[in-house]
Design a protein around this ligand. Structure first.
Ligand code: SAH
Length: 200
């Protein structure tokens, strides 16, 4: 049993997608490459981190994507989560507020052949021009649930978002019913870098 399975990741397609993406290629500091397959977060520049594989797997599993889904990701970072979503056959649009990370990751994903639309912008606003989305995934700790992200979710869609102002957030899954009503689930404590407003 793999470490991820031991921690409760059971969706075979999620486990396969994480195995398929070479994580060391998303970490610049080559001194860290020997550790890239450990279940740890690592620095990626601009004071940000690549999430630990378990967190990526957990969020991806909660998102329950299907091939062809239109997905909005907030917090591109290294592009690792973006690549995992792309391997799962989704059409991903990802927003990053740090310009150096946006530029570097755009180049990286192109070079590695992962298809995704990257945007330099503020995730609090989402991507209204391209809404609605089947799925929305936030990969930074949000102080509250941005109303724009709920609006941009199609009826029947799923939003996965860590919410909390301190060091620790609660992982929420919000399912928008066909009648537009929101159903909340709480999936426990996680730690993310904060979701901050305004571009850098
Ligand atoms: N999914 C990434 C996780 C990176 S950490 C990965 O797999 O590597 C979270 C990222 O969210 C950081 O790069 C941070 O700069 C970004 N971020 C924080 N607030 C944001 C906002 N308001 N809009 C867009 N990106 C944001």
């Amino acid at each position: 049993m793999s470490v991820l399975e031991g921690k409760g990741i059971t969706a075979p397609e999620v486990l396969r997608a994480l195995m398929a993406v070479p994580r060391h290629l998303f970490i610049d500091d080559s001194a860290l490459h020997q550790h890239a397959y450990e279940d740890k977060a690592f620095p990626i520049g601009c004071g940000q981190t690549i999430s630990q594989p378990y967190t990526v797997a957990f969020q991806t599993q909660l998102l329950e994507v299907r091939k062809g889904d239109k997905v909005l990701e907030i917090g591109t970072g290294s592009g690792y989560q973006t690549a995992v979503l792309s391997v799962l056959g989704t059409r991903v649009r990802s927003i990053e507020r740090h310009k150096p990370l946006y530029l570097q990751t755009k180049d990286r994903l192109q070079r590695l052949g992962y298809k995704a639309e990257l945007t330099y912008g503020d995730g609090f606003a989402g991507a209204p021009t391209f809404a609605p989305f089947d799925r929305v995934l936030v990969t930074c700790g949000a102080p509250f649930i941005p109303p724009a992200l709920i609006e941009q979710l199609r009826p029947g869609g799923i939003l996965v978002i860590p919410v909390g102002e301190g060091d620790v957030q609660r992982m929420f899954r919000m399912i928008k019913g066909l009648d537009g009503r929101i159903h909340h689930e709480d999936h426990g404590d996680f730690r993310f870098v904060p979701m901050l407003a305004a571009k850098q």
